[in-house]
Design a protein around this ligand. Structure first.
Ligand code: 13P
Ligand code: SF4
Length: 317
């Protein structure tokens, strides 16, 4: 619920944005109030594309650290701010650079495709970056005989492997939100709402993907609900996306898929939800916390991200 204080914060954020030539980029997993004050809301791919092409001096990232780092790598001349440096990611945390280097040595001769949900050091060790919006197409853009090493999400990796049939070795990482959805609860909801379509992010575990009517990245799920003729959806991804679904089609129903442990609120990403309107205001005011990346890592991480951007542009993604 919006309070008078929040309204004041929002007015002040608008004033500071104009004064400092700053923009706010927000991921779909942010709370609705943050999505509504952002200059641009999108999934990981769209946010990277926007970070690479805008005329602002300051990018304030309402999202998590790997996203803000990606923006800094794509626009090193800009000041990139993240309102809370603790906004990490369980998936990115599951892949530490020293362990990853060891994994690369154990699996030589493979093209290394890393999901954007990695820290900058992992990107610097990769050949191409992908997001859930383009992972299948990036793999398919490589010659069929090319051997691939995919990291860090095992579920997205297996989804891509099943779609493409390529020779892939996959890192065993997961997202704490997407691996937690309860198949039993989803089936019960489907029984109670027989017309509902089950829509699922590819970071979900195989049993949940198997009951899906549609699988896709955050933005694909949103597009699906916009174009589909149905009226009710069981949504197996972070619940923040439902804000945009409701805005686009308020007359349809959207049921967030529940997690296995209903006391943990896992259908919300605790890292994403660390960002608040108040923290955004303070961050914009003080121009801190700022994202800085060691120069050598930043330069090495640019090439694989640019390869993703070029392939995506060529494919019209
Ligand atoms: P997309 O934005 O690519 O759908 O990724 C989902 C996610 O988990 C981001 O943290
Ligand atoms: Fe990371 Fe999962 Fe949160 Fe996305 S939803 S930021 S993958 S922990």
């Amino acid at each position: 619920m919006k309070t008078q204080a929040t309204d004041q914060y929002i007015d002040e954020i608008k004033r500071l944005k104009a004064q400092k030539n700053a923009i706010i980029l927000a991921h779909y997993y942010q709370t609705g109030d943050i999505q509504d004050i952002a200059d641009f809301v999108g999934d990981s791919l769209a946010l990277s594309q926007k970070a690479a092409s805008n005329s602002a001096d300051i990018i304030l990232f309402a999202g998590v650290r790997f996203m803000a780092e990606t923006a800094k790598i794509l626009a090193p001349e800009k000041k990139v701010l993240l309102p809370d440096l603790n906004a990490g990611c369980s998936l990115a945390n599951s892949c530490k650079a020293s362990d990853f280097e060891k994994f690369l040595k154990e699996n030589p001769g493979r093209t290394v495709i890393s999901y954007v949900n990695t820290n900058a050091e992992i990107k610097a060790l990769s050949d191409i970056i992908c997001t859930s919006s383009n992972a299948v197409q990036i793999v398919e853009s490589l010659p069929p005989e090319e051997k691939i090493l995919f990291a860090p999400d095992r579920n997205l990796g297996n989804y891509v492997l099943n779609k493409t049939g390529r020779d892939m070795v996959i890192w065993n990482g997961t997202c704490h939100v997407h691996e937690e959805f309860s198949l039993e609860a989803i089936i019960r909801l489907k029984r109670e709402n027989p017309d509902a379509k089950i829509i699922v992010h590819p970071e979900c575990e195989l049993p949940v993907r198997m009951v899906a009517d549609f699988i896709g990245s955050t933005s694909s799920l949103l597009q699906f609900t916009k174009k589909d003729t149905g009226n009710c959806y069981i949504v197996a991804t972070e619940a923040g996306i439902i804000h945009q679904m409701k805005k686009a089609n308020p007359s349809k129903s959207y049921i967030p898929a529940p997690p296995i442990d209903s006391t943990c609120g896992c259908s919300e990403c605790s890292f994403m939800k660390l960002i608040t309107i108040e923290k955004i205001l303070n961050c914009l005011k003080n121009e801190r916390p700022e994202i800085n990346i060691e120069k050598e890592i930043l330069i090495r991480a640019q090439r694989p991200i640019m390869r993703m951007m070029e392939i995506s542009e060529k494919l019209g993604l």
